[in-house]
Design a protein around this ligand. Structure first.
Ligand code: FAD
Length: 317
């Protein structure tokens, strides 16, 4: 079954989560340890993020720096394949425009096809840290919708260089991202939803939302999507807060608000142990309300929060 079929057929709210490939130099056991902590809650699928290269500056002597370009977290395709092989759980590697040429994307899709992985999440990808505004790779896709067109072409057996092949026996099925609090660059919510609708009309079968901490934002977003005739499942993304500094870091990076009721409890915490407790309780409260609204899946962002995600899962599943 594809992930879209799993989501559509789930009778009760299912469980899924996102993992990052290990930082360059670390081995995959770290990834497996996280899965081992969560697998008893029967994840329907596991997402694996994808990361562009970054510019880093190495300190040299006498105040000089050396500029280097590096990918700190390569390995998305390999990590996805090894998880599927070891655990037999559906995997959803992320495919991004940012930092990748169309050819590299084509080759990644060929690899995934050979590995028997046919679910992907198609995204534009994060900006490079050195550019204030998103700058697509000269040979790459500009927006997620362009990536969708590339995947659609490949699904029909057309390669970039015009070579034809037998269409993939199992075409790629894919989801896309949605933003209950609006994508940071969108001029307004309606414009953001216009582009989201283009992605759905082009073939995306489900939406996974950016994390949110206020369920009313998700419910309003779903209502707006439905009013735009976006009918696909909208999977809510949740993250248990684990550190006091995330009160500032999460809004800055992800452009999401933390409700005052939650912020107030975190302000009272003496240390991050106490913060973790508040984060878990807040997330359980969010999860329970979303389950009451019969959301198909709860999708957890587990970065630095695997133990907390486990506590939430213990309380709700
Ligand atoms: P798009 O859908 O391309 O939209 C980007 C912006 O452009 C929006 O403001 C949209 O309104 C607008 N827009 C869209 N199409 C057009 C068009 N044709 N013309 C003009 N404007 C347009 N980042 C990573 O680097 N790696 C990951 O693994 C990753 N995983 C993620 C998973 C989820 C569930 C989410 C929610 C985000 C993830 N991100 C990841 C972050 C994501 O890549 C960024 O938020 C990125 O800035 C936008 O991606 P998108 O696919 O939503 O972009």
């Amino acid at each position: 079954m594809t992930v879209a079929e799993l989501i559509n057929s789930s009778k009760e709210t299912g469980f899924s989560f996102e993992l990052l490939p290990p930082l360059k130099g670390n081995d995959i056991d770290r990834v497996f340890k996280n899965i081992d902590l969560l697998k008893e809650f029967n994840p329907l699928y596991i997402n694996i993020t994808s990361h562009r290269d970054e510019v880093v500056y190495k300190d040299l002597e006498k105040g000089l720096f050396e500029r280097r370009v590096t990918r700190k977290r390569p390995g998305t395709v390999a990590v996805a394949a090894s998880i599927q092989h070891k655990y037999g759980i559906n995997v959803v590697p992320h495919i991004i425009c940012s930092g990748f040429t169309k050819s590299e994307t084509e080759y990644a899709l060929i690899d995934l096809n050979f590995l028997g992985i046919h679910d992907v999440l198609l995204l534009r990808g994060d900006n490079s840290q050195t550019n204030r505004f998103f700058k697509p790779d000269e040979q790459g896709n500009d927006y997620a919708i362009d990536l969708i067109h590339q995947v659609n072409e490949q699904n029909q057996g057309k390669f970039l260089d015009g070579t034809l092949m037998d269409a993939f026996e199992t075409p790629f099925s894919y989801g896309v991202a949605g933003y209950p609090e609006k994508h940071e660059e969108a001029p307004n919510m309606d414009s953001d939803l216009y582009w989201l609708k283009q992605k759905i009309d082009a073939g995306a079968e489900y939406i996974v939302t950016q994390m949110f901490f206020d369920n009313s934002k998700y419910f309003e977003f779903v209502d707006k999507c439905r009013a735009m005739d976006i009918k696909v499942p909208i999977v809510p993304g949740l993250k248990p807060i684990t550190l006091k500094n995330q009160m500032n870091v999460l809004p800055k990076i992800f452009h999401v608000d933390i409700p005052e009721a939650c912020a107030k409890e975190i302000r009272k915490c003496k240390d991050d142990v106490a913060v973790k407790q508040v984060g878990v309780e807040w997330c359980i409260q969010q999860a329970k309300e979303l389950m009451d609204h019969k959301v198909p899946i709860l999708h957890f962002y587990t970065m630095m929060a695997t133990q907390s995600t486990r506590k939430v899962a213990e309380a709700i599943y």
